[in-house]
Design a protein around this ligand. Structure first.
Ligand code: GLC
Ligand code: GLC
Length: 654
């Protein structure tokens, strides 16, 4: 290992040694301007990339050879990058925080479940525009094993679209059309594991020694047992432990998730290069954001939990540095659904510029269940702040389960026992708790640890399914308000709001998955229904539930897009004495007017008064514009009264 004082010297020496070799390989055939652009970016970012790769692979006897092959791969990818994407690179380099705009709105869907296939999804672009999307995440759409493939998260080939959905050219065409319509395509980069049907895994199964090194294979239980002493089980229902025995090679294979998802061995620099090549392929196909699937699990070391290890960060930083060289407009979105301290560590311009906000999600649901905002207020008060050049992706649910990822010490500070409270939340959201409005299903209930997570659509978890079953108009009204409340928070709190498509029309759980043997064991399918065109049509009719939910949401989206204070991620929590109202202030930069908006959200089904002088304490005036109602509001001696589940967006009069 190199001594740190020699690093700058070693960095420039390495670059000086590598450049002529790359030049020889590419400069002759490449267009001069293209090569010059690559060279310039390499010279700028090599000092970032080199120490990262040195840290990961510096102990390899052929480190320089590996480094050269990685850079050659990146050069090839850059030279193959379509012209319009190179143009996008230039635009985005000039405006690096474009994703912080109040115009941003994300949607996520499965291609097959939403539209059938890629061609038909293209015809839905007008709908995405109607809703106001600027970001569309398409769930995994590449070749995957037949039957259970973890919803496409077991990839057999990163360059072949699942034939049921179309071909690569359909994806490229779609990404271009989306871009023309003002939308960025978001795809998954599933880099922790491949399917056991991927050609690398097949070669390993056929006995190829090089490919066996792409994964973690063990001849007996000695090492698996030793590792398992400190590992957490991720899918205990589906398979206990983290290893799977494969008869044909008499080996135990590391499989953190499902038995057919083989964890990649990033201790091997060839795996890094191969996966970086797949990543740049996705970039060149038109993805503008890559969701880094399961990024917490990618680095493994004996005696640790093998989650969130320092080198898992180094690895993402190394991928990021390569992007800056070969596809600079691309962004990473972190999918770390882990402890909030760990979530935060993935967020930086060197690592992931975007991150899901699983804590906000979990605490919003917590507040609905308890009718109290104490944990939400306290945690958001100090955990929301991240690098000003990065941003949160705020969501209320996704294709996965909901896990209660709050910090136990945060809970304890409020006198709440984390373990007991999680049990309560699981009972509440599975509808087992007396009086619960929620209709969710348990996911991966672990009888040994008492742990479980929750599946369910937004509407079912917010009470609509139960209310419809009761045929109770007042209960329906409350459920619709809860849905609107959660949307109003993610649209205003700071970051990119992300809607799971279908939730905008109040889609409830679909229990038909139990009839499909490939899905029956995985309750997450309950919240991944197919789009129902008739329901979708009803969005135009405000007299229907779909219409009510959709039109209220559309109204909020339009307001978000015209409210400069909702840009960026600066947010200040207001500590009101009432424990039922979550309050915060958003402020636009002075350069664009310094607008301030106070958000008040009532998490209970009872009216809640807020005294005017409480707001005064925060330097807020008594004069506001109520953005949602479109009225002027002046506070006098009597308190402001929030209706059940009401949200107010109050622009502070200048
Ligand atoms: C991510 C995905 C989840 C999948 C897992 C394994 O967490 O969101 O759906 O099961 O990774 O790829
Ligand atoms: C675990 C992982 C997360 C994944 C989820 C799938 O919670 O931390 O990455 O999405 O399992 O259920």
């Amino acid at each position: 290992m190199l001594d740190a004082t020699k690093l700058p010297q070693e960095t420039s020496r390495s670059l000086a040694r590598l450049l002529p070799r790359l030049e020889q390989e590419f400069a002759v055939t490449a267009a001069p301007a293209d090569w010059a652009a690559f060279r310039r970016r390499l010279e700028t970012h090599f000092s970032q990339l080199f120490p990262l790769l040195l840290e990961l692979y510096g102990d390899q006897y052929d480190f320089f050879y590996q480094l050269e092959r990685i850079l050659a791969m990146a050069a090839r990818a850059w030279l193959d990058r379509p012209t319009e994407l190179k143009a996008l690179d230039a635009t985005r380099e000039a405006h690096a925080t474009w994703f912080q705009s109040e115009q941003m709105l994300g949607g996520v869907c499965y291609v097959d479940l939403f539209a059938g296939d890629l061609k038909r999804l293209r015809t839905q672009i007008p709908y995405f525009q109607e809703l106001g999307l600027t970001y569309l995440h398409l769930m995994p759409l590449f070749l995957a094993p037949a039957g259970d493939n973890d919803g496409g998260y077991a990839v057999s080939d990163y360059r072949t679209v699942d034939p049921r959905l179309g071909v690569m050219d359909d994806l490229r065409a779609l990404s271009a059309d989306l871009r023309d319509a003002g939308m960025s395509l978001v795809l998954d980069f599933i880099f922790n594991h491949t399917a056991d049907e991927h050609r690398w895994a097949k070669a390993a199964l056929a006995g190829d020694a090089d490919h066996r090194d792409y994964y973690f294979l063990f001849p007996d239980r000695t090492l698996p047992d030793a590792y398992e002493r400190t590992l957490r089980e991720i899918f205990p229902d589906k398979h206990p432990g983290a290893f799977t025995y494969r008869e044909e090679i008499s080996r135990w294979v590391w499989t953190t998730f499902n038995i057919f998802q083989w964890d990649l061995n990033y201790h091997n620099p060839v795996v890094f290069r191969e996966m970086a090549s797949e990543m740049l392929y996705l970039a060149n196909a038109g993805a503008e954001v890559l969701r880094l699937d399961a990024l917490a699990f990618t680095w493994k070391e004996m005696g640790t939990v093998c989650e969130n290890l320092p080198k898992a960060h180094t690895l993402v930083q190394a991928f990021n540095a390569l992007l800056r060289i070969a596809a600079p407009s691309l962004l990473f979105k972190s999918e770390a659904i882990v402890h909030p301290d760990e979530v935060a560590k993935y967020i930086s311009t060197q690592e992931c510029q975007l991150s899901y906000n699983p804590l906000l999600m979990a605490l919003l649901w917590n507040s609905l269940a308890t009718r109290e905002v104490r944990m939400l207020r306290q945690s958001m008060g100090y955990r929301f702040k991240i690098d000003a050049d990065c941003t949160w992706v705020n969501y209320v649910r996704c294709h996965d389960d909901i896990g209660w990822t709050f910090d136990d010490a945060d809970a304890a500070a409020l006198g709440i026992d984390g373990y007991d409270h999680r049990r309560f939340l699981n009972a509440f959201y599975t509808g087992r708790f007396p009086g619960s409005f929620a209709r969710g299903l348990p996911f991966q209930e672990n009888p040994r640890t008492g742990d479980a997570r929750i599946s369910g659509t937004l509407a079912s978890l917010a009470g609509l399914e139960h209310a419809l079953h009761l045929q109770s108009p007042p209960e329906i009204e409350l459920a619709v308000r809860r849905i609107c409340l959660l949307h109003a928070v993610i649209l205003s709190i700071g970051g990119i709001p992300l809607i799971y498509l279908g939730d905008e029309i109040g889609t409830i759980n679909d229990y038909s998955y139990v009839g499909d043997p490939a899905k029956a064991i995985d309750s997450r399918w309950v919240h991944r229904p197919e789009t129902d065109p008739a329901k979708m049509e009803r969005r135009h009719d405000r007299a229907t539930i779909e219409g009510r939910i959709y039109q209220d949401l559309r109204h909020l989206i339009e307001l978000r897009k015209t409210t400069p204070a909702f840009a960026g991620n600066h947010m200040e929590v207001i500590n009101l004495p009432t424990n039922q109202v979550f309050a915060y202030v958003r402020t636009a930069p002075v350069a664009i007017g310094g607008q301030r908006v106070l958000v008040l959200a009532n998490f209970s089904e009872h009216t809640q008064p807020v005294a005017a002088n409480e707001l005064r304490l925060y330097g807020l005036s008594y004069h506001f514009t109520d953005l949602i109602a479109g009225d002027e509001l002046t506070l006098g001696d009597s308190p402001l009264v929030l209706e059940p589940y009401q949200v107010l967006w109050l622009a502070v009069a200048a």
